[in-house]
Design a protein around this ligand. Structure first.
Ligand code: UDP
Length: 242
């Protein structure tokens, strides 16, 4: 990024810079990938650009559906302009189908379609390894009010319905995803972070066999290879559907 802008924060997959107006930031998507609390790391050339373009399209879709998000516009292929928000240190995971950590921590079998969406809360804290937490613990730690948490849960359920139909149209099963929210300068809760194959599990419905074909970060987590090909395929299907 042009050194005109000051780096405010660097995360595992994105950099955040100041922008011309003080209520806006630039978010640059990096090619780095991490998994298992950054114990596993790699770089995939072109991943940042693909996640930025995919996220921008999904944010635009959600904004049309009246979901408040931090997204404003694309600056270039791997950078977006977003509203400056105060990020709430919670990861909100919604699951439609059982997979990943849910199956490691419970007796629910991988691939089970859940009778209703399950929402899990994780505390964003690298030192503690982002632990699974409860509503009561969120209240105890004074992270946000229970009223705001209920608002976030309702918004997440709505987002799930919109995303499920968005992905179904392009022949993808939305297994689960992780969202992050924040407060804008007027103290409204808005959706932040990104929505991309880095934080959604997406299975290909465009194939005949019963085997799961992951078009998401599980290609890296589980050493399946073909990550860029999978992300490009998602980007291609989104663009073809518009
Ligand atoms: N997820 C994420 N960031 C995290 C942990 C999970 O974006 O730090 C996403 C992940 O991509 C998946 C969903 O949240 O879409 C549920 O992940 P799970 O809890 O099953 O964790 P994992 O199996 O990755 O340990």
């Amino acid at each position: 990024m042009n050194n005109k802008y000051e780096l405010i924060y660097e995360g595992k997959a994105k950099k955040v810079f100041s922008y011309d107006e003080s209520d806006k930031v630039l978010i640059e998507f990096k090619d780095d990938a991490t998994a298992f609390n950054a114990l596993k790391k790699a770089k995939f050339e072109g991943k940042g650009k693909l996640n930025c373009l995919i996220s921008a399209k999904i944010f635009e879709f959600l904004i049309q559906k009246n979901i408040p998000t931090h997204f404003l516009e694309l600056k270039n292929e791997n950078t977006m302009v977003a509203q400056k928000i105060k990020v709430i240190p919670l990861e909100i995971v919604l699951r439609n189908t059982a997979y990943g950590s849910l199956c490691k921590q419970t007796t629910i079998e991988s691939g089970t379609v859940l009778a209703k969406p399950l929402i899990d809360f994780y505390l964003k804290n690298d030192d503690l390894n982002d632990p699974l937490i409860t509503k009561d613990r969120i209240e105890l730690m004074n992270i946000i009010s229970l009223e705001d948490l209920d608002f976030i849960v309702d918004l997440t359920l709505k987002i799930n319905e919109f995303l499920k139909s968005f992905f179904k149209k392009i022949k993808l099963q939305l297994v689960d995803f992780k969202l992050e929210f924040g407060y804008d300068l007027k103290n409204n809760i808005v959706l932040g972070d990104e929505i991309s194959p880095d934080n959604c599990r997406l299975w290909d419905l465009n194939q005949n066999s019963d085997t799961i074909v992951s078009l998401d970060k599980d290609r890296f987590r589980n050493d399946l290879g073909g990550l860029i090909e999978a992300y490009s395929e998602i980007n291609r299907r989104i663009n073809n559907s518009m």
